[in-house]
Design a protein. Structure first.
Lengths: 149, 404
């Protein structure tokens, strides 16, 4: 792992804004940001481990432990809310037997509520592994998720 | 349309006269460009409506180097999606505006900060930056001139407060996104303590328009003292939600709603300026022209220029709870009045939504709002109660109807 992290850090050697870029790449590589990676990053950038963790943990999209195979973000912000996001959340919780913020038992999905996906012309909206699905109904949301491998 | 053009690839953009403004600008003195922008009456499109030319002038006159420029594409305000649509449809105009501005202030390096939720667009912008390097429009000696400039893309990681200019700079520097105390302003003390110009991406896309038509002509678009094209994100209960472009002052709120296909269901009200840091208004505001000045005269801000339409199905206390939760979650926690106040507001409104609201709770809400307004460190904390206060002004009877 240390080798891979070092490679990522090397890739960003000429960037002025390094830390976020490195953390994103580490998360893409491992699916989350392992503690050992934080150690390596701290050493290479001349920071304290606590400093790296402190900065990283401020941001809601960095993860520090492995999660489900698919990341499902459901927008519950104002426009999605008035267009029925709560019904979608309720239905998904029932259908998959989880609460928001949790991972399904089979490890397939992690569900999160997010604050505004910026596609409000298609509210209610969810994002699955970075892809946007809009104009959702509870049925349509479940259908899309059932279609995930 | 001056902003909402379709120029997704560089051939289309060049065919539509793209980068002509940059070529023209490179023949101008730096101060001449700033003069044009000042004359144009262009004000920032990121929410604070600050005169763009003036901000450029502040950075230009600083002696410290290097200087930096930042494009703000964090677009975290709920109900706002105009920057996304602009980046999808007309990305080169933003980049062209950024290069011209960099030349005017004497910056050699720029950062394009884009929110994580838009990471696909970020990848696309990164490819376009690379493409412009190959074409000699970015990098050393742009178009054969003495001016060299490059852009680094920075992907955010999910924090509303990082759209605030000083928090964004902390974030670029690799720290937590805590807003800094101002002054000093970014023009004097920005990225790594150096003079920095930060603009919203829509503001930057206006710069080539100013250069092409000249500041004086630009200033005649729209209304005197409130000029130029503006993007409006229209969402909620309208038949055709989307981004609409109009010159400032040219259309009323009601007319923009008509452009978006009209109301779906029975009109109840709107939220203007932002889906969190915005105002909840009734039908009396439908004939207000969408212009910074008209808004200000009524004690409002256009903010990011979004209009969320409510119909009869929308319950106001539910909306206020949704907004209160948003602010509680997004408060960075750095200062006590906002950290505690946003939590307190959410708790009280939650109680009211459960049907247990009493007169004292309204008093407590008002007191909390006042304290936050006076003592919060950044505009997140001072705007968290705008929705509640404006709703109370415009829908008092309905809101008080459930209070015991
Ligand atoms: C909490 C908060 C969030 C903000 N988010 C954004 C944003 O996402 N995009 C933006 O351009 N400006 C945002 N702003 C405004 C910026 O601080 C700044 O005024 C703006 O980038 C300046 O650009 P302009 O002069 O071109 O408008 C935000 C401000 C606050 C207080
Ligand atoms: S007002 Fe709120 S968001 Fe702004 S610095 Fe204070 S705690 Fe952070
Ligand atoms: S409020 Fe959900 S995408 Fe805008």
């Amino acid at each position: 792992m240390e080798e891979k992290v070092r490679k990522i850090i090397y890739k960003h050697r000429n960037d002025d804004s390094k830390l976020l870029a490195i953390l994103h790449d580490v998360q893409n590589e491992f699916g989350y940001i392992p503690e050992d990676a934080i150690k390596t990053i701290a050493k290479e950038l001349g920071m304290k481990k606590g400093e790296v963790y402190d900065a990283a943990s401020f941001y809601s999209f960095f993860k520090f432990k492995p999660e489900g195979k698919h990341e499902v973000m459901i927008c519950d912000c104002i426009v999605c809310y008035i267009k029925g996001s709560e019904r979608i959340i309720e239905r998904i919780e029932k259908e998959f037997g989880v609460k928001m913020g949790e991972t399904t038992k089979d490890g397939k999905f992690t569900f999160k509520i997010v604050e505004g996906l910026g596609h409000c012309e298609h509210s209610p909206v969810m994002m699955v592994d970075g892809k946007i699905y809009g104009d959702l109904t509870p049925d349509k949301a479940v259908e899309i998720l059932r279609g995930c491998e | 349309m001056l902003l909402l053009k379709d120029a997704r690839n560089v051939e289309d953009y060049l065919a539509q006269g793209g980068f002509k403004a940059l070529r023209k600008a490179l023949e101008f003195e730096q101060d001449e460009i700033i003069k044009e922008v000042e004359t144009s009456g262009l004000w920032g499109r990121g929410g604070a409506a600050f005169p763009t030319g003036l901000k450029m002038k502040f950075v230009r006159k600083e002696r410290k180097t290097p200087k930096y420029i930042v494009a703000n594409a964090d677009e975290g305000e709920p109900g706002t999606f105009k920057d996304r649509v602009l980046m999808e449809r007309n990305p080169y105009q933003i980049l062209e505006g950024m290069i011209i501005s960099a030349y005017a202030i004497g910056a050699k390096k720029g950062f394009f900060y884009i929110r994580y939720e838009y990471r696909d667009i970020a990848k696309d912008i990164e490819r376009k930056i690379e493409e412009l390097r190959r074409l000699g429009i970015l990098g050393p000696n742009i178009y054969g001139s003495k001016f060299s400039f490059d852009i680094e893309l920075v992907l955010g990681a999910g924090a509303y407060v990082c759209g605030e200019e000083t928090a964004l700079m902390e974030s670029i520097e690799g720290k937590r996104g805590f807003p800094r105390i101002k002054p000093p302003y970014p023009a004097q003390y920005g990225l790594w303590g150096k003079p920095t110009l930060i603009n919203n991406v829509e503001t930057l896309a206006n710069i080539p328009v100013v250069m092409r038509m000249g500041g004086a002509n630009y200033s005649r678009l729209g209304k005197k003292g409130c000029s130029g094209p503006k993007l409006f994100s229209v969402s909620g209960f309208v038949k055709e939600p989307g981004v609409y472009e109009a010159n400032l002052g040219e259309k009323t709120i009601g007319e923009i709603i008509e452009l978006a296909g009209g109301v779906e269901g029975k009109f109840k009200g709107i939220m203007l300026g932002g889906g969190a840091a915005g105002f909840i208004l009734n039908e009396e505001y439908l004939d207000m022209p969408l212009c910074f000045k008209d808004a200000k005269e009524r004690g409002l801000f256009l903010g990011t220029g979004d209009i969320i339409v409510f119909n009869e199905s929308v319950e106001l206390w539910d909306i206020l709870l949704n907004i209160a939760k948003f602010f509680e979650h997004e408060s960075c926690g750095q200062c006590f009045p906002c950290r505690y106040g946003t939590k307190r507001m959410r708790e009280i409104i939650e109680k009211i939504v459960c049907g247990e609201g009493r007169k004292e709770d309204i008093e407590k809400l008002n007191a909390t709002a006042r304290a936050m307004k006076i003592a919060s460190l950044c505009p997140l904390g001072t705007s968290a109660m705008l929705a509640y206060e404006s709703a109370m002004n415009n829908f008092r009877e309905e809101l008080m109807g459930v209070i015991q």
